[in-house]
Design a protein around this ligand. Structure first.
Ligand code: GLN
Length: 281
């Protein structure tokens, strides 16, 4: 069978299952199965696919039909400037989270040797991207998931980052190492009740990475409280939040001695990232 026919059949199947990016996903699944780039596929549509690859492709397409995210099927996701290894144990990096990287680079443009902490690093997309951008930064990461530690280590190795990084497998409540110039976190912030209404793809992602408790801000509250102990005076705390959490999160920050610098909107014009400075105890 020709690549073109196989891809077209897959496209139809995915489209029938309301997968929005049906064509792109079919091409990317094929690229992954035959271990070539998407460009190669588009330029070689008349090439034949062998039986083993075809069976493999069909298998992936049927998983995608059921809503399995493309990133978990290919074990790859681009974030910022790099491709990250991901699996079903970590949240798939989102473009909106790149706002955190942009903000850190802006705020610390003229400051060197920053020692920062990432709470709930998951795939490691945030902390590893920052270490790549700034050779003088040192990072510590803490995550409750041992799987995340494994995934992040794979990514650190892929990106050639080993020396400026320390990873801990711990609940943030029990973590007590170091004092940081900067703390960043993209914590779980979906209301427990709302999880069942998320898009089909998101349901395949780890609940641990999404579930923000009954009110959606239980984990953010924990992160802020703990950050208040782990941050240096004048240090910055940068958090990703949901579009409707600004008011509550500002209040928690103020109670914990943080001054609000700004709230940054995402690409859909929703409040997404809140930047604060530790000023009081
Ligand atoms: N820090 C990771 C990310 O931004 C994981 C976040 C999480 O699992 N809540 O993608």
């Amino acid at each position: 069978m020709k690549l073109e026919t196989a891809i077209h059949e897959a496209y139809q199947k995915l489209k029938n299952n309301n997968i929005k990016s049906a064509m792109l996903d079919s091409e990317l699944l094929m690229a992954n199965v035959i271990n070539k780039s998407r460009e190669f596929i588009i330029l070689n549509l008349d090439k034949n696919i062998d039986k083993k690859d075809f069976d493999n492709f069909q298998n992936m397409v049927s998983k995608r039909e059921q809503g399995q995210p493309l990133a978990y099927l290919t074990n790859k996701k681009f974030f910022w400037k790099y491709e990250f290894f991901v699996n079903e144990h970590v949240l798939i990096p989102r473009p909106d989270t790149e706002i955190i990287i942009e903000q850190v680079l802006k705020i610390f443009k003229f400051k060197n040797n920053i020692n920062f902490l990432d709470i709930g690093f998951g795939s490691g997309c945030i902390l590893l991207s920052l270490l790549k951008e700034r050779k003088d930064f040192r990072a510590t990461g803490v995550d409750i998931s041992n799987h995340a530690v494994k995934v992040c280590k794979i990514n650190a190795k892929k990106l050639g980052l080993k020396t400026r990084l320390k990873l801990y497998n711990s609940d943030i409540d029990k973590f007590k190492f170091g004092k940081y110039d900067l703390i960043i976190s993209n914590p779980p912030y979906i209301k427990n009740f709302d999880i069942k209404y998320l898009e089909k793809d998101v349901k395949f992602e780890p609940k641990l990475a999404l579930n923000g408790g009954l009110d959606g801000i239980s984990e953010i509250r924990k992160v802020i409280k703990k950050s208040s102990e782990l941050i240096k005076y004048g240090g910055k705390l940068i958090l990703e939040i949901a579009h409707n959490q600004k008011k509550d999160v500002k209040q928690i920050l103020n109670i914990n001695g943080f001054y609000i610098n700004s709230v940054v909107k995402d690409f859909s014009d929703n409040d997404r990232c809140i930047i604060s400075t530790k000023l009081e105890n």
